[in-house]
Design a protein around this ligand. Structure first.
Ligand code: SF4
Ligand code: SF4
Length: 177
């Protein structure tokens, strides 16, 4: 459920960052939807696809502060309902849209730490090249990160997140079929 006092404003991140498969139509991640008219939003709002009607990013779902709006934070949060690799539910995915240096942003680190302590599943992802899958890593299963968070060691938490990011960078590229 969206928080009532949030609106997308000038953001149109999901119209570019997500892959949509709608029948014979596919819109790849990293390609702006041809219907998007930034900063005014969707040019076919009344007839937009069902997936567009149902998608809301985590910034809106969770009612996070304005600094988290995806076009400002350069982080797209998406809620994942399915079970995590260790059987938890209600996961949160953080997709880094721009510079990978964003992983050092303190609000992001604090949010990730709070979720892992809960525990709630946390996924970190980076954009792949157009036509390739975006790699992701499940952060809860990284012992060095969990230990650093539990011991409130920011330097080790930073280091463990940097290592997770490196896993993503090294991930073999997989073409979207
Ligand atoms: S990413 Fe979120 S705030 Fe931005 S357009 Fe999509 S739903 Fe709206
Ligand atoms: S149809 Fe509209 S809401 Fe859907 S991706 Fe395109 S611009 Fe965005």
């Amino acid at each position: 459920m969206a928080v009532s006092n949030t609106s997308c404003g000038e953001c149109s991140v999901c119209c570019e960052a997500l892959t949509f498969d709608i029948g014979a139509t596919r819109k790849l991640s990293g390609v702006m939807c041809p219907h998007c008219r930034p900063p005014h939003g969707c040019g076919v709002y009344d007839t937009r696809w069902q997936i567009c009607r149902s998608y809301l990013c985590g910034w809106r779902h969770l009612g996070l502060p304005e600094e988290w709006r995806p076009d400002k934070s350069q982080i797209l949060i998406t809620l994942r309902e399915g079970p995590s690799p260790d059987g938890l539910s209600n996961g949160v995915e953080f997709l880094l849209l721009g510079s990978h240096e964003r992983i050092t942003w303190l609000p992001l680190i604090k949010f990730i730490a709070a979720l892992i302590e809960t525990p709630q599943p946390v996924y970190l992802s980076i954009l792949g090249e157009v036509g390739y899958q975006a790699p992701w890593v499940y952060l809860n299963n990284i012992p060095a990160l969990r230990d650093a968070i539990i011991s409130r060691d920011l330097a080790k938490t930073n280091a463990a997140l940097a290592a997770a990011l490196q896993i993503l960078r090294d991930y073999p590229k997989t073409k979207i079929p």
